[in-house]
Design a protein around this ligand. Structure first.
Ligand SMILES: NC(=O)c1ccc[n+]([C@@H]2O[C@H](COP(=O)([O-])OP(=O)(O)OC[C@H]3O[C@@H](n4cnc5c(N)ncnc54)[C@H](O)[C@@H]3O)[C@@H](O)[C@H]2O)c1
Length: 249
């Protein structure tokens, strides 16, 4: 049987570790030729150094992929950062950095990938947003705003680049990666934190990078051919249950 992404060329930003690495693995397992664009090097896939906040770097990586492989079929905008800052202390510099990496990067990659995706005949963009595009933890003004922007960019891209290219977002919930480790590690008993977090999820556990990757592979494939402009929540059901006060919950 021919693998469902056989010989399609994919760029996964931030694919050197965690969610991006799992997406790169998943796409490769489905037959795609995967290139990781990251500040760091991927241990498992071809890597090209990429800083998504630099337009020059974005242009050079896309040019190299097309020069080397003759095409680009799948763009996964996964690279992202997160920090905590109360909105009343939010300085311009760190706000701009969050937007440059989480929003402007995906927009620039979309812009420069668009002509190649259009000629592919199977062009797909997957943007990694977050639950925090819809809900918000304390001190996450910049992160939450950036992830809401990614959802808006996803809808706009689906409209502007259709019918040649489909574009969808995935909004992961709590996925066990270094990005959110500071929460878990701020408590001496990691297992207890994970156990309490798990109870907030109808599926009974927090997520793994592979949980996100499987959805990304489906969105990259023709099996999702009538799906575009959507934001798919991958959170183990956590946000379908509004919290009750502990006294009755
Ligand atoms: N972990 C979670 O619970 C969670 C939940 C929702 C959304 N997300 C989103 O998923 C994506 C991946 O998160 P993760 O947990 O795997 O993060 P991570 O910090 O473990 O990995 C991020 C990767 O992006 C790369 N990166 C950072 N800045 C970059 C830049 N300027 N240019 C290129 N690469 C850069 C890093 O080198 C790293 O390899 C992010 O967009 C994040 O916001 C994560």
């Amino acid at each position: 049987m021919i693998p469902k992404l056989y010989r399609r060329v994919a760029l996964v930003t931030g694919g050197a570790r965690s969610i991006g690495a799992a997406i790169a693995d998943g796409l490769a397992a489905a037959g795609a030729i995967v290139v990781v664009g990251d500040l760091a090097e991927s241990p498992n896939h071809r890597s090209i150094e990429l800083d998504v906040s630099s337009e020059e770097s974005v242009v050079s990586v896309i040019d190299r992929i097309v020069a080397d492989h003759g095409r680009l079929d799948i763009l996964v905008n996964n690279a992202g950062i997160m920090f905590e800052k109360h909105v009343a202390d939010q300085d311009r510099e760190s706000w701009d950095r969050m937007m440059a990496i989480n929003v402007t990067g995906p927009m620039m990659l979309t812009r420069y990938a668009a002509p190649h995706l259009a000629t592919s005949g199977m062009g797909v963009i997957i943007n990694i947003s977050s639950l925090e595009g819809n809900v918000c933890n304390p001190d996450h003004a910049a992160y939450s705003a950036s992830k809401a922007a990614v959802q808006g960019l996803t809808r706009a891209t689906a409209i502007d680049l259709g019918p040649e290219t489909r574009c969808n977002a995935i909004s992961p919930g709590w996925i066990d990666t270094p990005l959110n480790a500071s929460y878990v590690d701020s408590h001496p008993d990691r297992e207890e934190v994970v156990s309490q977090l798990s109870k907030l999820h109808p599926v009974g556990r927090i997520g793994s990078p592979a949980d996100v990757a499987d959805v990304a592979v489906w969105l990259a494939s023709d099996e999702s051919r009538f799906v575009t402009g959507q934001n798919i929540t991958v959170d183990g059901g956590r946000t379908i249950r509004p919290p009750l006060p502990p006294i009755i919950g």
